[in-house]
Ligand binder design. Structure first.
Ligand code: FES
Length: 238
C-alpha cells in the first residue's frame, strides 16, 4: 500500500509516496530541480551532483535521496545555484565543447543547463584534452570530446536495451566510455534504435545522417528553457 509523505521544497508543501526520490516527487509537483546524469526510467546514478539540494540543512543528491516525512528541502538558493554553475563550468572546460559546431546545439542538456543557470562563458581555463571519435558504426558515432561521463548510455544499454554496449574504463582524467568490443563501436551489437543512443544528453552519441534535420533556433531548448516542461505542470495545475 502506498504511503503518502508530506515535506516541503523551498517552502512549498509537496506530497509524494514512500520510496520516491526527492527529484521524482519534485517533478510530479512541478518543481524543477536541475539534473544531468538522471534520466527518467533509469536507475539513478548520483554522479553529476547538479541536483544537489539541502535536506534539513545537509547536502544530498535529489535524484538518489528518498523523501522523508516533514523534511525541509532547499533546492533553489543562490548558494546551490552557484555550486551548479561551478559544476557546469568544469564540465565545459574538461571536454571539448564547441556548441556552434555541434549538431546537438539546441537539444543539448549541458548547453541548456548553462543557459538556465546564466553561464555565458566558462570561468576556468580550457583543458583541451585529446579525445577520440569512433565513427566505425554504420548508423551511430561517438565523439568523446563532448562526453560528460553521465553514464546514461551505459545504464540505458543495460537496463532498457538488455545489452552491454558501453562501460566506463579508466580513472580520474583518463576515465572514458568504452565500447564492449575489441576495438570499435561497429563490433558491438548497438542498434540505432537503442535507448542508449537516445539517452545521451550532449552530442557525444549521435545518429548519422540526421544532423541539422531541425534548423538551429527551432530545437527543443531554443523554444523553452530546460525544465520548463516540468514547471508547466505546476503553473497549469495538472
Ligand atoms: Fe542527481 Fe546527477 S542528477 S547526481
Amino acid at each position: 500500500m502506498s504511503q503518502e509523505i508530506t515535506f516541503t521544497i523551498d517552502g512549498v508543501e509537496v506530497k509524494g509516496t514512500k520510496g520516491q526520490t526527492i527529484l521524482q516527487a519534485a517533478d510530479e509537483a512541478g518543481i524543477y530541480i536541475p539534473r544531468l546524469c538522471n534520466l527518467k526510467g533509469l536507475i539513478p546514478h548520483g554522479s553529476c551532483r547538479v541536483c544537489t539540494v539541502l535536506v534539513n540543512g545537509r547536502p544530498q543528491a535529489a535524484c538518489t535521496q528518498p523523501i522523508a516525512p516533514n523534511a525541509i528541502v532547499e533546492a533553489n538558493t543562490p548558494e546551490l545555484n552557484a555550486h551548479r554553475r561551478n559544476l557546469i563550468d568544469m564540465l565545459f572546460v574538461e571536454g571539448n565543447h564547441f556548441c556552434m559546431f555541434c549538431e546537438k546545439s539546441g537539444n543539448c542538456e549541458l548547453q541548456a543547463m548553462a543557459y538556465r543557470l546564466g553561464i555565458l562563458a566558462p570561468k576556468y581555463p580550457f583543458q583541451f584534452p585529446v579525445r577520440d571519435v569512433d565513427a566505425s558504426h554504420p548508423d551511430v558515432f561517438i565523439d568523446r570530446n563532448r562526453c560528460i561521463l553521465c553514464g546514461r548510455c551505459v545504464r540505458a544499454s543495460r537496463e532498457q536495451d538488455g545489452k552491454v554496449c558501453f562501460e566506463f574504463v579508466g580513472r580520474g582524467p583518463h576515465k572514458r566510455v568504452a565500447v564492449n568490443a575489441e576495438a570499435k563501436l561497429a563490433e558491438t551489437n548497438l542498434d540505432v534504435k537503442d535507448k542508449a543512443v537516445e539517452a545521451c544528453p550532449v552530442g557525444a552519441i549521435l545518429k548519422k545522417r540526421v544532423g541539422y534535420a531541425v534548423p538551429v533556433g527551432q530545437r527543443k531548448f531554443d523554444k523553452q528553457p530546460i525544465g520548463a516542461d516540468i514547471e508547466a505542470h505546476r503553473t497549469s495545475g495538472k
